[in-house]
Ligand binder design. Structure first.
Ligand code: ADP
Ligand code: AMP
Length: 214
């Protein structure tokens, strides 16, 4: 099963993608995580990506597309995968479609997690990310067992620079301008499924399972 997660920054794409990956035993591919790992490791790609990410802008398409196409061609993706944070522009979606078509494949579902802008700033300012493994939590809605310590690996938690309110506002503008058009794009492709992202994390997941099947 090949799935795309759509939604504003902070809508819960990563949270749900991890649950989908675990239940359906497919890899979770987050372009944001890939860029953050590259930044942490000081790679050339990381250095380039950081200049855009810090400003709340999208990394240029040419730095993203090949990376994802290479990733989905790897052996562990043969039974499908869940894309989180990609595509984010129409050209990215077109490139993905073309690359898959050349292998006789297509995406199965684009799950659109709907959360109004009013909720997003609060979501993002409460999000905490592990510096070591990238796991995400929320101070109120998905707290760790021990304060500021990652449940998964024991690493310390931070507020991502791009989750500060000034940058979140910019990221929301960029989302509306460049990424939201993908909702119509995937509706036209016949694979769009909307879910309410404002309800409890487990209830959102239950809605997604209704779409994808047990
Ligand atoms: P995205 O990947 O879309 O940017 P995340 O999955 O990281 O978003 O979620 C953003 C923040 O909101 C995180 O701190 C997460 O724990 C929290 N969150 C996710 N889903 C919900 C929900 N249904 N209700 C409340 N908080 C949520
Ligand atoms: P995320 O973790 O998905 O919120 O992504 C964090 C940041 O990484 C975004 O604000 C962008 O700057 C960059 N990024 C992640 N995925 C993409 C993509 N598909 N296209 C362009 N930029 C991206």
């Amino acid at each position: 099963m090949k799935i795309i997660m759509l939604g504003a920054p902070g809508a819960g794409k990563g949270t749900q993608a991890k649950k989908i990956a675990a239940k359906y035993e497919i890899p979770h591919i987050s372009t944001g995580d890939i860029f953050r790992a590259n930044i942490k490791n000081g790679t050339e790609l990381g250095k380039k990506a950081k200049t855009y990410m810090d400003q709340g802008l999208l990394v240029p398409d040419e730095l993203v597309v090949d990376l994802v196409v290479d990733r989905v061609n790897q052996e562990d993706c043969s039974n499908g995968y869940v894309l989180d944070g990609f595509p984010r522009t129409i050209p990215q979606a077109e490139s993905l479609k073309k690359a898959l078509a050349s292998m006789g494949q297509e995406m199965d579902y684009a799950i659109n997690v709907e959360v109004p802008d009013e909720n997003i700033i609060h979501r993002m300012s409460g999000r905490r990310a592990c510096v070591d493994c990238g796991s995400t939590y929320h101070l109120e809605y998905a707290p760790t067992k021990e304060e500021d310590i990652c449940d998964n690996c024991g690493g310390s938690l931070i507020l991502r620079d791009d989750d500060k309110p000034e940058t979140v506002k910019k990221r929301l503008d960029v989302y509306h301008e460049q990424t939201q058009p993908l909702i119509d794009y995937y509706a036209n492709e016949g694979i769009l499924r909307d879910v309410d992202g404002t309800i409890d994390i487990n209830d959102v997941f239950a809605e997604i399972v209704k779409v994808l099947g047990e």
